[in-house]
Design a protein around this ligand. Structure first.
Ligand SMILES: Cc1ncc(C[n+]2csc(CCOP(=O)(O)OP(=O)(O)O)c2C)c(N)n1
Ligand SMILES: [Mg+2]
Length: 604
């Protein structure tokens, strides 16, 4: 075995990094630093890992999060010690609440240099608090068989824990002693990725040292039987799908919906709005429908089955709260309580797709679908969508809501639409109709920060998705301008639709807007930045869209290109409130007229 200390470090770190790769990590994002050198070099030398060098740790961690979301796979991110590690915090929080498997690696001083005034040394033990699902301060490198087995199982445990439902971030802190660079001269280093110890004897090199099979969370058979009996007698049922990224859920939920005849209210981030699954029962216009009180009252449900996180739409949230008397069943694979309104009457903690499949099978032949009830929903939703389209067609000036209706026409099969927080994700909900095209809609809704949005979207682009279109507000764009460097460094293709209303447009819709003496300074926060300079700095193309024809042309050009394109649309915050009010007036009138005209749902 190796004798020089640096070779012990590299054998140990090499075993850890090798095992990360064997456990399914294919990408490691890293930021420059000295203390993290062994991990960086071991990762760069490993043939099974792609490294992405980024400079700003805050952006890098969001980029890793985007990669993890894009790939639906664990991704590692590495920093040196000190504030570098602290800059990962916002992305760790988003990964925790947004359920993304992030493997966070931080390099640290060894124990004898802690709490002793050593440079760039902070308390990194459990740095991310409860936001990391699991945190460990790794042992100091040693190249004994026992410690190489430890290094391998540490990696396997980290990856398995990050992936286990609910997926989330894990944190491994590595104390490392100098020398930190490998001993290049002695030739003692094992080649990258190869077995570095007898700990491997007798195990296949292509398999993980310790393979982990995740639990299969199937629902209990008696529970499904009881639910099937109950639901067979319920005509006024609903399925509500909040943000979720389960790849098999759209097909499974819509099969269940077809058997029951229950409408599926599909949040834009639920994966249900767009795609090749059966969309007959999918309702994408619940938000405009439920803004109309008469409709919300008329559409009283008896039972609601809920999947995913709490939906973004305020009218839908208010509707679920108003119908607290209905039986509301929350299905969640993560075993968590996702019910801020506290209206759930039952929780089923199991895989949602398995739940739907089991229930669909149990229901076959037990009940005819509730056709009258779902027809009422579909009719009102169609009325609302048609009224929106009619009204938008008459808006010639730039309007943030219309951006999403235009994108719904423009985006091809396979596109990713990433919506920033604040107004973009809300306008997305209201104005983006579903379609049979497989458009993946994403956002950072775990903690809904306006930070890291650019980097997350570029991380999705790095996962290989094409085209990627990000719609983002000006403050959010400003917040993560550093993230733009990733596109330049790594030649990523993405189109950023920058909705520039010179400040926080969302606040103009809030009660804070009635305090004009404070409003601009405390909430509106205009900045007057000319973003074409930011685009130029990072080598992105830039175009200002003043008309809808220009918008369409610029987005087409951006998505056809191989690099980063910024398409800016300038809007006015006060005017934006007015235009929203007008569209809701027009849609409200159409939905109210329809609700009055329609016979009550045939199913009661
Ligand atoms: C990191 C972070 N800081 C502050 C907030 C509070 N916040 C929510 S929306 C918003 C304004 C966002 O402005 P912009 O990105 O321009 O979008 P717009 O409101 O104009 O649609 C702010 C500051 C937040 N969510 N996250
Ligand atoms: Mg803004």
């Amino acid at each position: 075995m190796t004798t020089r200390p640096e070779n012990a470090t590299y054998a140990y770190i090499g075993a850890f990094v090798d095992e990360l790769a064997r456990s399914g990590v294919r990408h490691l994002c890293l930021c420059p630093g000295s203390r993290s050198t062994p991990l960086a070099i071991a990762a760069a030398r490993h043939p099974g890992l792609r490294t992405w060098t980024l400079v700003d740790e805050r952006s890098a961690a969001f980029f890793a999060l985007g990669l993890a979301r894009g790939l639906r796979a664990p991704v590692a991110v590495l920093s040196t010690s000190g504030t570098a590690a602290a800059n990962f915090y916002p992305a760790v929080v988003e990964a925790r609440y947004g359920r993304a498997p992030l493997v966070v690696l931080t390099a640290d001083r060894p124990h004898e240099l802690r709490d002793a005034g050593a440079n760039q040394t902070i308390d990194q033990i459990r740095l991310y608090g409860t936001h990391a699902k699991w945190a460990a301060d790794a042992a100091l490198p040693e190249a004994t068989d026992a410690m190489l087995r430890y290094a391998r199982t540490l990696a396997a445990q980290a990856v398995a824990t990050a992936e286990a439902e609910p997926a989330g971030p894990v944190h491994l802190n590595f104390p490392l002693r100098e020398p930190l660079v490998p001993d290049a001269a002695s030739g003692e280093l094992p080649p990258p990725g190869q077995r570095s110890s007898s700990a491997w004897d007798g195990r296949g090199a292509s398999r993980p040292y310790a393979a982990v099979s995740p639990p299969v969370r199937a629902p209990a058979a008696d529970l499904i039987e009881a639910l099937a009996r109950e639901l067979a007698g319920q005509r006024r049922g609903l399925i509500v799908c909040g943000p979720d990224d389960h790849p098999h859920l759209p097909a499974a939920v819509t099969e269940l919906a077809a058997v029951l005849g229950y409408p599926v209210l599909a949040d834009p981030l639920s994966g249900l709005r767009c795609g090749p699954h059966d969309r007959r029962y999918v309702i994408d216009a619940y938000d405009p429908v439920l803004r109309v009180e008469a409709a919300a009252v008329r559409l009283t449900p008896d039972v609601v089955i809920r999947f995913g996180a709490w939906p973004a739409s305020k009218p839908l949230g208010a509707y679920l709260q108003a119908h607290a008397a209905a039986r509301q069943i929350v299905v969640d694979s993560g075993g968590e309580w996702r019910d801020p309104a506290r209206v759930a009457s039952a929780y089923v903690h199991c895989d949602p797709a398995l739940f739907c499949q089991a229930l669909t099978t149990a229901l076959h032949g037990k009940t005819p679908p509730a056709l009258g009830w779902s027809a009422s929903w579909r009719r009102l939703a169609a009325t609302a969508r048609a009224a929106i389209e009619r009204h938008l067609a008459g808006i010639r000036e730039p309007f943030e809501g219309r951006v999403f209706a235009e994108l719904a026409r423009l985006l091809p099969d396979g596109a990713v639409l990433f919506a920033g927080n604040s107004m973009p994700v809300r306008d997305l909900d209201s104005f983006f109709p579903g379609s049979g095209r497989a458009i993946r809609i994403m956002g950072n809704r775990g903690a809904s920060g306006i930070d890291g949005v650019v980097s997350t979207a570029l991380g999705v682009a790095a996962s290989g998705a094409r085209p990627v279109v990000l719609v983002v507000g000006d403050l959010s764009f400003y917040h993560d301008m550093n993230g733009l460097l990733a596109a330049k460094l790594h030649g990523l293709a993405a189109t950023i639709v920058l909705l520039n209303n010179d400040g926080g447009g969302i606040f103009s819709f809030m009660p804070q807007a009635s305090y004009p003496e404070h409003f601009e300074a405390l909430f509106g926060t205009p900045h007057g930045l000319a973003f074409e300079h930011a685009a130029a700095l990072y080598g992105a193309s830039y175009a200002l869209a003043r008309t809808w024809d220009e918008f369409v042309a610029h987005v087409r050009q951006g998505t056809a290109g191989a690099g980063l394109a910024v398409v800016e649309m300038r809007t006015d915050r006060d005017r934006n409130v007015r235009l929203h009010a007008e569209v809701w007036d027009a849609v409200g009138a159409a939905v109210r007229a329809d609700a009055r005209a329609a016979a009550p749902g045939g199913d009661g």
